[in-house]
Design a protein around this ligand. Structure first.
Ligand SMILES: NC(=O)c1ccc[n+]([C@@H]2O[C@H](COP(=O)([O-])OP(=O)(O)OC[C@H]3O[C@@H](n4cnc5c(N)ncnc54)[C@H](O)[C@@H]3O)[C@@H](O)[C@H]2O)c1
Ligand SMILES: O=C(O)[C@H](O)[C@H](O)COP(=O)(O)O
Length: 376
């Protein structure tokens, strides 16, 4: 069985090696001829999976995408051809939630004031939005959710309209899929008109898909609104972000908000489980054994920590300023953008760091934030 895999998917040899011959390819440039004799195709978000890619292949048994987003996959076409498909919902939700939380702590530190005093609007309350909400709740930050689809579906949480939240929030964090149809499409959800309604001194974070914000309009609005603070992990026109936009952004990264080692491992593992199901095999590999140990054995806290110290703790797990710095230097063209993503292996989740305390400090809320608590 030939298993064609995007080269940016870690742990494929360990997980799929026993199921067939693993062949690694560039997902960005994958073509129909290369896919023609594959039995299994495993992609990431940069591969458009559609008729053009698959028409020469008559033997494909399974397509998997190690991502949450599915806007790159023509699922109707796969269904018409009876090709089973799986993605990895939730695999990198914790990574995205922690990324947005850390970015907010960075902005608070950079511009004064405390994150704890801000009001946060989370637009899209699915896996990643909820992961951010969990971080904010653990730290005691006031947040509200906007998700008309979940509101209609009977989700019992309190929901607000986007316009209500634009009148309430200091910070807006975007966590929606990219959709062009339906009652609540998200393509250019933040067009110029809506960007103009951002409250004074607002922070706007986009960790979902670049095209949820009209990036040209954002350049125009930001050029006349110096008060706005921007965190962009995703860009219209990836892998070529608009060069004029990057200097206007406080924290700029190349679509790596979900790129914790844990998140990537979970993504590959979820596809491994799905393929095993499809083949009628019991999965034998263990997810936890894939991850390397964290470089810090643990941290002992001797007193309660303030926001600056919390940021220090978060930075010891993942320092977003490193990625921002490299991105501005190397990531601005397509090759640099993709290279940075391909070589991105340094980030862990809060759970990698074990926290002990001496008794004088309170660490329960840090466990809720995601750190591993090991008591006193
Ligand atoms: N930057 C990254 O590395 C990264 C990582 C993971 C996911 N993503 C992107 O983020 C998106 C969200 O991920 P998720 O795991 O939270 O997905 P999800 O499907 O769990 O949640 C998305 C939520 O958005 C809601 N929604 C849809 N349209 C909306 C609208 N117009 N207004 C408000 N809410 C709306 C949906 O009802 C859903 O609850 C993914 O589709 C993917 O494109 C990016
Ligand atoms: O949708 C997702 O899961 C994320 O956007 C994911 O992190 C994208 O990463 P990629 O597949 O492009 O490597």
């Amino acid at each position: 069985m030939k298993i064609l895999v995007d080269e940016n998917m870690p742990y494929v040899d360990e997980l799929f090696g026993e199921l067939g011959q693993v062949v690694k390819v560039s997902g960005r440039t994958l073509d129909a001829a290369t896919v023609a004799d594959a039995d299994v195709l495993l992609v990431r978000s940069v591969t458009k999976v559609n008729e053009a890619l698959l028409q020469a292949n008559q033997q494909l048994r399974f397509v998997g995408s190690a991502t949450i987003g599915m806007d790159h996959v023509d699922r109707d076409y796969l269904a018409r051809r009876n090709i089973p498909f799986a993605n990895a919902p939730g695999c990198n939700a914790i990574a995205v939630g922690e990324f947005a939380f850390i970015a907010m702590l960075e902005l608070a530190q950079r511009y004064g004031g405390r994150l704890q005093d801000k009001r946060i609007a989370i637009v899209g309350a699915g896996n990643t939005g909820t992961a951010l909400a969990n971080c904010l709740a653990a730290y005691g930050v006031d947040y509200r959710l906007c998700d008309p689809l979940l509101a209609q579906s009977g989700d019992k949480r309190a929901f607000y309209s986007l316009d209500e939240l634009l009148g309430w929030a200091d910070v807006i964090s975007l966590h929606v899929p990219l959709t062009r149809e339906g009652a609540h499409p998200t393509w250019y959800l933040f067009d110029e008109q809506r960007l103009d309604k951002l409250p004074p001194n607002a922070w706007l974070l986009n960790c979902c898909r670049g095209e949820v914000i009209d990036n040209r309009a954002l350049i125009r609005v930001k050029s006349r609104r110096a008060d706005l603070r921007l965190v962009l992990d995703v860009w219209e026109g990836e892998p070529n972000p608009m060069a004029e936009l990057v200097p206007l952004v406080d924290l700029a990264t190349p679509h790596i908000a979900g790129y914790s080692l844990e998140g990537k491992a979970r993504g590959t593992y979820m596809l491994y489980q799905a393929l095993c199901r499809e083949l009628g095999i019991t999965p034998s590999a263990d997810l936890n054994s894939l991850l390397p140990p964290f470089h810090l054995a643990g941290v002992t806290l001797s007193q309660n920590i303030d926001e600056r110290q919390l940021l220090g703790l978060c930075r010891s797990v993942y320092d977003v300023r490193d990625d921002d710095w490299v991105f501005r230097r190397e990531g601005l063209d397509g090759r640099g953008f993709d290279n940075m993503r391909k070589n991105h292996r340094h980030r862990r989740e809060f759970s990698a760091l074990a926290l002990a305390h001496t008794g004088a400090s309170e660490v329960d809320w840090l466990s809720q934030l995601g750190f591993t608590g090991i008591g006193s």
